[in-house]
Design a protein around this ligand. Structure first.
Ligand code: G3P
Ligand code: CA
Length: 279
């Protein structure tokens, strides 16, 4: 199997944006990741009660906003009224409260408007206006609850931006990731050339030989898997798969990924990883 990425350098993917420095899944975090030089942006998508795809990791908004409730029970207008930024400043302050110094970062005033809920459509616009190639790794969250609607809406949106049907053999600017093989199957059934990534928190016995669910060509093992079973990465590579590892924040983990020849590193700290890679 030959794919453009196999001849390329390791791709650095900003996990939920530059989410160590700025509140995850906000424009502020994604702008920072682009400024930092990330090759790609990772985001999780969920459907609101009125059918919009928004970038939110958790089922509920409680951790990352000043509101409460499940994304699936809230409408976009409800989410738009919430602040998805100040929790990060609070968390930073709390972490620093145990020391004598002041935290050296806060949500910058110019980013205040950039900490409301982020729709996937707005993220696609940001990427389109980035002024350089920035890829997107979109993860479908809770795809079983909506019986195909997440993937359906996603593909409609990608089609609007001309991103749903990349040319075979060319590196696609978008890929869809999921822990659910069924979700990836739905994506491939509707859009066979769109690359899919099978995320793994553990390696199921039937996939230990390096196979992936039918039609999937990219493996997404956790850093924990890679640390404890480096030989598994070799097996995946030998089977012809790309390997995209999450979430790689520590320098020694970056070094291990380099040694193993992984194709993409998904990290909360894109600038630090790029520095480690000498870029
Ligand atoms: O990039 C894959 C990774 O994001 C999967 O885990 O929980 O951070 O969405 P999670
Ligand atoms: Ca994710």
């Amino acid at each position: 199997m030959t794919h453009a990425r196999q001849q390329q350098r390791i791709q650095v993917v900003a996990h939920r944006g530059a989410s160590e420095d700025a509140p995850e899944h906000t424009l502020a975090a994604y702008r920072k990741a682009i400024e930092d030089g990330a090759d790609a942006l990772e985001c999780d998508v969920r459907l609101t009660a009125d059918g919009h795809l928004v970038c939110v990791h958790d089922r509920r908004v409680n951790r990352t906003s000043n509101g409460r409730g499940a994304v699936s029970q809230l409408e976009l207008a409800d989410l738009a009224a919430l602040d998805f930024g100040s929790w990060k400043t609070r968390a930073a302050r709390e972490a620093w409260n145990t020391r004598d110094e002041e935290p050296d970062w806060e949500v910058r005033p110019e980013d205040r408007d950039a900490t409301s809920v982020l729709t996937l459509e707005r993220l696609l616009e940001l990427v389109a206006d980035a002024g350089r190639r920035v890829e997107l790794a979109i993860e479908t969250k809770h795809p079983t609850r909506w019986a195909g609607q997440v993937e359906e809406r996603l593909l409609v949106l990608l089609k609007r931006y001309g991103l749903d049907a990349p040319v075979t053999g060319e590196a696609s600017p978008v890929r869809v990731m999921s822990f659910s093989a069924r979700s990836l199957h739905r994506v491939r059934a509707a859009s066979p050339t769109l690359p899919t990534v099978y995320l793994m928190q553990f390696v199921s016995p039937r996939l230990r030989d390096g196979r992936l669910p039918a039609g999937v060509r990219i493996a997404g093992p956790s850093m924990r898997i890679v640390r404890s079973h480096p030989a598994y990465v070799e097996r995946l590579k030998k089977a012809g798969h790309e390997v995209h590892v999450w979430t790689v924040n520590e320098p020694e983990d970056v070094d291990l990924c380099v040694r193993l020849g992984v194709d993409a590193i998904i990290t909360n700290r894109p600038r630090a990883v790029l520095d480690r890679l000498g870029r």
